[in-house]
Every structure is written in structure tokens, then in C-alpha cells.
Design a protein around this ligand. Structure first.
Ligand SMILES: Cc1cc2nc3c(=O)[nH]c(=O)nc-3n(C[C@H](O)[C@H](O)[C@H](O)COP(=O)(O)O)c2cc1C
Length: 182
């Protein structure tokens, strides 16, 4: 594989994180070199970081680099998937109290192309806070794949059956597209 574009993949703590290799596979086929960054919830409940590191060839980052750690090249594009209710709301509010959020804060300000693919149920999605956060992130240039034809929320307690239709491919297509940032 001669990957020449760098994709930073931010993974939050929701069910689709167990299937993250689907996105890694599509991205690698499209010649992206994938660097994963995960929240503590993703690590604790959903991810096999060893498997992910061997798939991508890079350690899964969870915190700041220490002296001697290998550096990560800057991204050509960023995908946040699955993006949780928690991370989307904190990101939109400017909270940077963990590594993922502080990276997203900087990348958003730097106008790097960022695509967010949420995974939330209908109850969370109907919360006014969430709706405001999506609007605010879009106003900051983030391409949030939420709505008809993009991620459509499922009924509460049906997340497991919604996993099979999580639209990983849309996230990659938006990352590729020159209008990835709105
Ligand atoms: C089994 C399980 C399933 C979860 N599913 C979701 C989900 O589908 N969407 C969501 O936004 N949060 C979900 N959560 C809750 C988040 O993991 C929780 O809000 C966490 O604080 C998110 O942290 P993060 O945003 O830093 O990853 C789930 C938690 C667990 C343990």
C-alpha cells in the first residue's frame, strides 16, 4: 500500500466503535494512512487497540505525546466516528478536557476538513442541546453527517440492530470531497 494522504480518525464510546475496522478498510483501499485517536470510553468499552494498531501500523493515541514517542503527521482530513452525544456537545461548547476534545478544538479552529458521523438514538437526537451543537459545529465548518440520507437516529434500545446500517462509507466520501467542510 502506498498511502500518501493522512487521515486522523477520532473514535468515541458508542457501539459502532466495535466495527471501526470497516472504516479503516475502506480508507486504506482509498490510499489513506490512518491514525486513530480514541476517547477513554471507546477504549474501556468498545475497542481492541492492539488489533487496531496492527491494522493501521500506528499505535492508537489516547493522550499527548511524551518525549520519545513517535510523532503523528498532520491530517489532510479528520473523521470523528462514531461521534457520541457527549463528545459532540462538549466539542460544540468549546470544552477541551480530554485529548480528543483538545485536538478537535485546534483542528476546528485551523479549518482542517472534519467530518463527524454521530451515533445517537432518537431521544438524544431530539434534545435541544444536541440540535444546537450540530448547528454550531456546522457553522464552524464541520461537516456533520446527520439527517435524511446521512445518519438517521434509531429508537432507544435498538442500537445493536442499527449497527449494520451505520454509514461508514459516507464519512469517507465526505472526507474525500472538496466540499467536506461546509
Ligand atoms: C454499551 C454502551 C453503549 C453506548 N452507546 C452510546 C451511543 O450509542 N451513543 C452515545 O452518544 N453514547 C453512548 N454511550 C454512552 C457514552 O459512552 C458516554 O456518554 C461516554 O461518556 C462517552 O464518552 P466519549 O464521548 O468521550 O467517548 C454508550 C455507553 C455504553 C457503555
Amino acid at each position: 500500500m502506498s498511502a500518501n494522504r493522512v487521515l486522523h480518525l477520532f473514535i468515541c464510546g458508542a457501539g459502532p466503535a466495535t466495527q471501526i475496522r470497516q472504516l479503516v478498510d475502506i480508507a486504506q483501499r482509498d490510499n489513506w494512512d490512518v491514525y486513530c485517536v480514541a476517547t477513554s470510553s471507546a477504549i474501556e468499552h468498545f475497542l481492541d487497540t492492539g488489533e487496531l494498531a496492527s491494522l493501521t501500523g500506528h499505535d492508537v493515541r489516547t493522550t499527548y505525546r511524551k518525549p520519545g514517542d513517535s510523532s503523528t503527521p498532520p491530517p489532510d482530513a479528520v473523521v470523528v466516528a462514531p461521534a457520541t452525544y457527549n463528545t459532540l456537545n462538549k466539542w460544540a461548547a468549546g470544552i477541551a478536557d480530554n485529548y480528543v476534545l483538545s485536538q478537535l478544538a485546534e483542528l476546528t479552529g485551523a479549518r482542517v476538513r472534519i467530518v463527524a458521523l454521530p451515533f445517537v438514538n432518537q431521544a438524544l437526537a431530539a434534545n435541544a442541546v444536541f440540535i444546537r451543537s450540530i448547528e454550531s459545529l456546522r457553522a464552524s465548518g464541520v461537516r456533520v453527517l446527520f439527517g435524511p440520507g446521512e445518519f438517521e437516529p434509531h429508537q432507544p434500545r435498538t442500537g445493536d440492530s442499527a449497527l449494520a446500517r451505520f454509514p461508514w462509507g459516507l464519512a469517507l466520501r465526505a472526507a474525500e470531497s472538496s466540499d467536506g467542510a461546509e
